[in-house]
Design a protein around this ligand. Structure first.
Ligand SMILES: Cc1ncc(COP(=O)(O)O)c(C=O)c1O
Length: 308
């Protein structure tokens, strides 16, 4: 028995009565009712056609309703809808291996999550476990997610309502020549001054207390802000100097969004961990992940032999 279809007005009315929308002043919301989508286009309840320049929340990297992905979802739903995390599964094994193939050799273990914020939470926990340290670094003008640690990593105003001052996160200014915090007049000056500022921040905040630095290789939500050439390499060097785990948050920049598979691949750097979500499957079903080096503390490098 299929659920009866709602009219556009019924959909709208029930939404306004019962649905909370994220990052919105609920009272003033007037959401568009979307009834269908295909490729780069979507349609509203009056059958008006729109060119989807937003990619929704910058996640429909392969467009809407890609037939091969829809078919794969249907096939998997008919075969096996869900399985507990302690079991192995052909599709999970295959996907982890395909993702590892896109990344440098040291990033060859994938921890799947339901989305980007959760991936960042887990990456930070791995870094803390690995280093035995607590403090974290992230940039102003960044967005890293809406859950407990990720919202504190976030460097823009959405953090404020949650920030009670006990987050263990220290923020720093990244390079942004258009509104330079460093009075720089060229990308090179901006890079050098931003790197010096980052290193001074670490030194003045107890240099051996930092577990991880979390950074979007290209800033997304706060405006598309690519770093000047050499900045990510400089960050990598600083992380190495102070034993800090470098986590590249590729949730928005990853999976082709910047013209390479991952945003950090525009620079000559290999992060210790990367996190991703969104474009990994164009948001068709919830999926994110932290990709990490192996071995991490507590993980065994020798896989148990499968009984014959
Ligand atoms: C860079 C970045 N990190 C993390 C997130 C959070 O991802 P999710 O909304 O899947 O939890 C986002 C979402 O916009 C993002 O752009």
């Amino acid at each position: 028995m299929s659920t009866p279809k709602l009219s556009t007005q019924e959909t709208y009315d029930l939404d306004r009565a019962h649905v909370f929308h994220s990052w919105s002043a609920q009272g003033s919301l007037d959401p568009m009712v979307v009834t269908r989508a295909q490729g780069t286009r979507l349609w509203d309840g009056d059958d008006n056609e729109y060119l989807d320049f937003t990619g929704q929340l910058v996640f429909t990297n392969i467009g809407h309703q890609h037939p091969r992905v829809v078919e794969a979802i249907q096939e998997q739903a008919a075969t096996l809808c869900t399985i507990g995390p302690s079991n192995a599964n052909d599709r999970r094994s295959q996907l982890a291996s395909m993702i590892s193939d896109l990344l440098p050799d040291n990033l060859n273990k994938v921890f799947f999550t339901n989305g980007g914020t959760e991936a960042n939470e887990h990456a930070v926990r791995m870094a803390r476990e690995f280093t035995g340290r607590r403090k974290l670094l992230s940039a102003y003008r960044s967005y890293h997610g809406a859950t407990a640690q990720s919202i504190h990593l976030t460097g823009e105003q959405r953090r404020f309502a949650n920030d009670k001052g006990a987050s263990e996160v220290v923020h720093f200014f990244g390079p942004f020549l258009y509104r330079s915090e460093f009075f720089a007049e060229s990308p090179e000056q901006e890079r050098e001054r931003a790197l010096a500022h980052l290193e001074r921040t670490i030194q003045m905040e107890s240099p051996d207390a930092f577990a991880a630095l979390v950074l979007e290789p290209v800033i997304g939500s706060a405006g598309i802000i690519p770093p000047p050439a050499g900045y990510l390499e400089g960050v990598r060097e600083i992380c190495d100097r102070y034993g800090i785990v470098f986590i590249a948050d590729e949730v928005m920049a990853g999976f082709g969004r910047t013209g390479k598979w991952f945003g950090h691949q525009h620079a000559d750097v290999v992060p210790d961990l990367i996190t991703f979500a969104k474009g990994v499957n164009s948001g068709y079903v919830p999926l994110g992940a932290s990709s990490s080096a192996t071995p991490l503390p507590g993980t065994s490098t020798s896989a148990p032999t499968r009984a014959a």
